[in-house]
Design a protein. Structure first.
Length: 229
């Protein structure tokens, strides 16, 4: 069985130990970093082996936002932000930068483990499938997306949102339905986070972004113009 490595980044040793202890009981191997600079060094050395990052926001030397930006320049590894602030604007900002999940301190360790396992299941899901939608090719096995034969980089959440839209092509999907099916739990923030993700996906899809249509008063619908385009 392949070992699953998780990088835990937090300046509080007590918090790192708490997370470490609970994740190790589930068989995960843990890398630890006490600040932003150490986190980047750790990721530079072990990035190819790391399946998920738990990243604190407030840290010395480099904060979580700075670490997130630098990692996103080279990797789409799933990232869960740990924050003592549950403000909506912070969460929207994080999702814009490519955060996959938020957990606000204090949190239940069991909930943390459940969120980690849910994201890892989704990111490691192996479905032998390659589908084409009007020039957008989705390889579910490799979790990759190509537009006109050119690979585009999507975060885990962006990929899942796009996949959900194309799986329900032609159907108008409400924001609540999207949150329930893509975020997989009751999200208490503003549904505008969906709009932020859609905006980024459209931009990355280029001219194919028009396939994601805004349904006023409802939500969104994916529809290819012309069946054989």
């Amino acid at each position: 069985m392949t070992e699953t490595n998780i990088l835990v980044v937090d300046d509080e040793s007590r918090m790192r130990k708490l997370i470490n202890d609970f994740l190790k009981t589930k068989g995960y191997n843990i890398f630890e970093a006490a600040d932003g600079e150490e986190a980047l060094e750790m990721f530079e050395e072990h990035g190819e082996k790391i399946s998920l990052i738990l990243l604190d926001v407030m840290m010395p030397k480099l904060d979580g936002w700075s670490v997130l930006r630098q990692i996103r320049q080279k990797s789409e590894v799933p990232i869960i932000m740990l924050t003592a602030r549950g403000e909506e604007q912070d969460e929207l900002f994080g999702f814009e930068l490519g955060v996959d999940e938020y957990i606000t301190k204090p949190f239940s360790p069991k909930i943390l483990v459940a969120r980690v396992e849910a994201i890892l299941r989704r990111s490691k899901a192996k479905e032998k499938e390659v589908s084409s939608y009007g020039g957008i090719v989705i390889d579910v096995d490799g979790r990759t997306v190509e537009v006109d034969s050119k690979k585009i980089d999507l975060s885990l959440r962006e990929y899942e949102l796009l996949k959900y839209l194309v799986d329900n092509a032609g159907i108008a999907l409400s924001r609540d339905k999207i949150l329930n099916n893509v975020w997989n739990y009751d999200y208490y923030g503003d549904s505008r986070t969906i709009d932020s993700h859609i905006k980024k996906i459209r931009h990355k899809l280029g001219r194919k972004g028009k396939y994601i249509q805004t349904m006023r008063g409802v939500g969104y619908k994916f529809e290819v113009e012309g069946k054989n385009e």
